[in-house]
Design a protein around this ligand. Structure first.
Ligand SMILES: NC(=O)c1ccc[n+]([C@@H]2O[C@H](COP(=O)([O-])OP(=O)(O)OC[C@H]3O[C@@H](n4cnc5c(N)ncnc54)[C@H](OP(=O)(O)O)[C@@H]3O)[C@@H](O)[C@H]2O)c1
Length: 298
């Protein structure tokens, strides 16, 4: 088995690539606008993947697993520049899928909990999708394409992904910076989420490939928190006094709609693989240890 991570310069892709390389698998990763050493240049807007990675990567013996992390991930940008974002997130993502299908590549597509409208929460895979914003509608379009045309594809719906690395651009490191600067963590009131450790997500993808899982799976930690409660727990864990403010969703005046309670029921995936998701208390502890390492080296 070998891996191709599309969008390996982004938060999830970078961690997935590092994980599979750490396990000793052969792997390649792509970037579009970034300039990170060791990644292949591939822009969904103008490139074809086989030209960029080379035919031999796909033709050699063994299963190729293509993990699609590339996306226009800014929800409001998807609305503001609908044409380009739809072209990247839907049309050209489908083109990419079609380009690797002749090589019998296993497709892993990263989708989102925002395919649900967030009025109920704790959604399972059987629940009908009801996206409320442009970004989520893009995800639903690709999901439906895969379900209709690529029965072997693995569709991973993900919730908020977090890491224990304060140097990574992610939820907890952003909170930590705010606290250090004496600024409050501002949360959407009533927002419920299941923060999921990025290394668990990476491990989940390897298991999905090894077991050749197909169809829609919620790859999500079973713990869930109100966003402001998680922020207070985080403050406590990093030894800072809680500086957390909750405001109504309406007061943020986001250009596009947001769903409030999209946390997922991940039991189908857990039953299939036996993966034990890392509790947030453990992620917090590792985060604190890593900040000590960071402070010592600066
Ligand atoms: N992070 C989360 O909490 C979360 C939660 C739910 C679902 N997800 C899903 O997980 C996936 C990865 O998310 P992420 O947080 O890692 O996103 P991210 O950090 O914004 O990374 C996006 C990646 O997409 C690449 N990309 C953007 N435009 C491209 C283009 N035109 N051609 C080729 N590549 C392009 C970027 O490359 P350059 O930067 O080099 O341009 C980058 O590598 C997404 O599908 C997202 O929907 C993430």
């Amino acid at each position: 088995m070998r891996f191709l991570v599309i969008g390996a310069s982004g938060f999830v892709g970078r961690n997935v690539l590092a994980h599979v390389c750490g396990l000793g698998f052969e792997a390649a990763g792509t970037q579009s606008k970034s300039h990170q050493p060791g990644l292949v240049k591939f822009d969904l807007l103008r490139d074809r993947i086989v030209d960029c990675v080379g035919k031999s990567f796909f033709e050699r013996e063994g299963q190729v697993c293509v993990i699609i992390c590339a996306v226009v991930s800014n929800m409001d940008q998807c609305l503001v520049d609908r044409e380009t974002s739809h072209w990247i997130n839907v049309e050209q993502t489908i083109q990419l899928i079609e380009d690797v299908r002749p090589f019998n590549a296993k497709i892993l597509f990263l989708s989102t909990c925002f395919v649900f409208d967030g009025t109920l929460g704790y959604y399972n895979e059987e629940h009908p999708v009801t996206p409320v914003n442009e970004y989520a509608r893009h995800k639903v379009e690709v999901e439906q394409y895969l379900q209709a045309n690529v029965p072997g594809a693995f569709i991973a719906r993900l919730e908020k992904i977090v890491n224990d690395d304060p140097g990574d651009r992610q939820f907890f490191s952003q909170w930590y910076k705010l606290l250090q600067a004496g600024q409050p963590i501002v949360c959407i009131e009533g927002s419920l989420l299941s923060p999921t450790y990025v290394k668990d997500v990476a491990q989940a993808f390897v298991l999905a490939c090894q077991q050749n899982l197909a169809g829609v799976y919620h790859v999500s930690n079973s713990e869930f928190f109100y966003r402001d409660e998680l922020a207070r727990q985080f403050c406590y864990a990093v030894g800072k006094s809680p500086n957390v403010v909750s405001r109504s969703l309406e007061s943020f005046a986001f250009p596009d709609k947001r769903a409030l309670k999209c946390y997922l029921d991940g039991s189908k995936f857990i039953r299939a693989t036996g993966l034990r998701f890392t509790p947030m208390s453990q992620v917090f502890r590792a985060f604190v240890q890593n900040t000590r390492g960071l402070n010592a080296s600066t």
